[in-house]
Design a protein around this ligand. Structure first.
Ligand SMILES: Nc1ncnc2c1ncn2[C@@H]1O[C@H](COP(=O)(O)OP(=O)(O)O)[C@@H](O)[C@H]1O
Ligand SMILES: [Mg+2]
Length: 425
């Protein structure tokens, strides 16, 4: 079969890599892809958000399955457009994707279906939001309702700071339309983890738990990023607690969607805060997390094509999904300055002759210029290694990191450490 993967980051590289292992897959296309993906797939020069062009391409090429990586095409209705053309696609409809692209929708949904989340208020006008600040205690979290590429959630510690953020979002429209409506919510304290699940509209099956490291610097210092590294599974969360997450979060999410008349097919990602009062949902995403996908997909033993088709065809409950018993750690290598302004075009060294035994190198912001691989984004590479223990996978990943170099390369040196310390505690 012919498969098309949409997107160009590390998550999409991991998806293409996993799909390439399927015996059913003869050919993979990626739009627009990146130089790492190009080793496994044919790149198609169409942007991930150009829905009509992508549908035309898929029809023309006779693509049997399309897998969508990022959120923007889902929000733009790619699944609806493909289905209309009779094309098989993994990804929720535009209506279903609201869980991610409207935080107001997601919060109201959670409230209605008693899914544990931070208490909140929503605002469409700045003045009442500013008034509201007079009656609350800090810290608080202010979130733009729409998609904001990771820049839409701000933790504020005092009222003046909150006022500034609200004015930037709602009056100056620093995030465009995405910030016209905001959620102001309770600050939750705890350990943050990523609960991703496969959903076929009728059943919802959790993947192994993973943990991202959002802050740019080791020790959870500095500003939030798109994610500096992940590991999986998360052993300090017991099987019993995972069962509770299924019962209190995933199943009610699916039931709520059905109540709302939404048939959700695809990945549901719940960002969770493990608070002293139990796990609470910070947000939903309608796709794999990135970099979570780079540690979780390498642990998936079942053919990803089979899993995708089971989701699309509504027969997930009859599929046995198997996971490798190892641990995976993914360390993100970023450009100097990230998540702020960063330089591009730095030559990347040390990627030659890496065997899969040593680990996987997933490309994100890379580019070929005159045959030379250079940096082209904030997050440049994701280095993933598997090991029998979490400790071993961490050690292996960093051994590979040590061989790679580009000017200004920055990474956290403590990815996975939390997992080791907490599990041994
Ligand atoms: N209520 C909250 N309490 C504490 N931290 C939060 C809260 N909401 C979000 N955060 C932090 O901010 C990050 C980004 O928020 P999130 O809701 O995931 O928005 P987005 O991913 O769209 O930027 C989270 O990963 C988490 O670290
Ligand atoms: Mg998030």
């Amino acid at each position: 079969m012919k498969v098309l993967v949409i997107g160009s980051g590390g998550r999409e590289h991991a998806l293409v890599w996993k799909l390439s292992q399927s015996k059913q897959v003869k050919r993979i296309y990626a739009a627009p892809g990146n130089p790492g993906i190009a080793r496994l797939a044919e790149l198609v020069d169409i942007s991930a958000e150009a829905v009509p062009e992508l549908a035309r391409f898929a029809s023309g090429k006779g693509i049997d399955l399309t897998v969508v990586g990022p959120e923007a095409p889902m929000a733009a209705g790619i699944a609806d457009a493909f289905e209309k053309e009779g094309l098989k696609i993994l990804g929720p409809s535009q209506k279903a994707a609201q869980l991610e692209y409207s935080k107001v929708f997601a919060k109201n949904f959670m409230h209605k279906y008693h899914i544990p989340t931070a208490s909140y208020e929503t605002f469409v006008d700045c003045e009442p939001a500013l008034q509201f600040l007079k009656s609350v205690s800090f810290p608080l979290v202010i979130k733009a309702s729409g998609l904001a590429a990771g820049k839409g959630a701000v933790i504020v510690n005092y009222r003046e700071e909150a006022q500034t953020v609200l004015k930037q979002m709602m009056v100056e429209k620093a995030l465009g339309k995405s910030g016209e409506e905001v959620v102001i919510e309770e600050y939750l304290d705890g350990e943050e983890i990523s609960l991703m699940a496969f959903c076929d509209g009728k059943s919802i099956v959790p993947m192994v738990l993973s943990q991202d490291h959002k802050k740019v610097f080791s020790g959870d210092e500095g500003p939030n990023t798109g994610g500096m590294g992940t590991y999986a599974p998360v052993d300090f969360v017991s099987d019993k607690e995972i069962e509770r997450m299924q019962e209190k979060i995933l199943q009610p999410t699916l039931d709520g969607l059905l109540q709302e008349g939404i048939e959700y097919k695809g990945i549901i990602y719940a960002g969770l805060m493990l608070t002293s009062a139990g796990p609470k949902v910070l947000e939903y995403n309608c796709r794999f997390g990135d970099p979570e996908a780079q540690s979780v997909l390498p642990l998936l033993e079942t053919d990803l094509v089979e899993v995708c088709e089971a989701m699309i065809e509504g027969r997930l409950s009859r599929l046995e999904i198997e996971w490798n018993k190892s641990y995976a750690t993914c360390v993100v290598l970023a450009s100097a300055g990230y998540p702020g302004p960063y330089e591009k075009g730095k030559e990347i060294h040390g990627l030659e002759e890496v065997s899969e035994n040593e680990g996987m190198i997933f490309h994100a912001g890379t580019k070929l210029v005159n045959g030379i691989l250079v940096t082209a984004g904030g997050r440049v590479l994701g280095i993933t290694a598997l090991g029998e223990t979490l400790d071993k996978s961490i050690e292996k990943a960093y051994r590979l990191v040590d061989r790679i170099h580009f000017e200004g390369m920055q990474y956290r040196n403590d990815i996975g450490r939390k997992g080791v310390l907490r599990t041994n505690a």
